[in-house]
Write a protein that binds this ligand. Structure first.
Ligand code: ZN
Ligand code: ZN
Length: 246
């Protein structure tokens, strides 16, 4: 089984466990079940004035049972290698699969998590922090949280405390920046910790060509926040991929 690994800024997909053949004792195998007498109709196939519904054969079923019998799930037997994985018990992973935890942790260490203001409040962020994010740049949303302004209030508190801390206008600006930066770092660290604990699909943090995003961003709005990955631009991604080819 090949492991999924990070190579530079590329994700190299390995294999993942096959989900279709995990039955204990029958790993990697296609399983069928012996038949047993239907307990409801005692094998007659009739109940009341009609057919027994408990053992009625569904038209879509592959397992053709005699009338009056049901599958005995206590008695499985192997009929051949698992059709999904050819009996290998693992399959090549793709970008919709969840990243193994250690790989996600490594990815977070590699590109980091940053918090930023978003949307309507952008003008404030531009003015004070020099940050600008247009919708076109933001891709691959990991998740959104409606926190009823909790994260937002923490930033506003940081601004208020900064304002109150100094009397000189220039110093006040600097004090606000320092406090907002600290509050953002705190929120980013909390999100990073959550991401280390949760499963994340590869496609949420990796471009279609396998190049890892530039940064994970926590975009804070007045009523909550969205976690997104900022993709690297096409030129940078091509350069990363060509280095590998060379
Ligand atoms: Zn029956
Ligand atoms: Zn399988």
């Amino acid at each position: 089984m090949r492991e999924t690994v990070i190579d530079g800024y590329r994700l190299i997909l390995g294999d993942r466990d096959c989900h279709m053949c995990r039955r204990e004792g029958f790993e990697g195998q296609e399983v069928a079940f012996h038949h047993k007498t239907c307990p409801k109709c005692k094998g007659t196939g009739k109940r009341g004035s009609g057919n027994c519904r408990n053992c009625k054969q569904e038209s879509w079923s592959r397992d053709k049972r005699p009338v009056g019998t049901v599958l005995d799930y206590e008695r499985p037997y192997a009929v051949g290698p698992c059709r999904s994985c050819d009996g290998k018990r693992h399959k090549p992973a793709d970008l919709s699969d969840y990243l193994p935890e250690p790989v996600m942790a490594q990815l977070i260490d590699l590109i980091g998590v940053e918090a930023a203001f978003r949307g309507g409040e952008l003008s404030w962020a531009e003015q004070h922090l020099g940050m600008l994010f247009s919708d076109g740049e933001l891709m691959m949303s990991l998740y959104s949280v409606v926190d009823y302004g909790n994260a937002w209030r923490r930033l506003q508190t940081a601004v208020r405390e900064g304002r109150a801390s100094e009397t000189e206008t220039s110093d006040r600006e600097a004090a606000i920046k320092v406090r907002v930066k600290a509050a953002m770092a705190e929120i980013a660290a909390e999100v990073a910790a959550k991401l280390r604990d949760d499963s994340t699909q590869a496609c949420k943090v990796v471009s279609k060509d396998g190049v890892i995003g530039e940064k994970i961003l926590v975009l804070i709005a007045p009523n909550g926040y969205t976690v997104v990955t900022r993709e690297r631009d096409a030129e940078t991604r091509a350069a990363i991929l060509s280095q590998v080819a060379a």
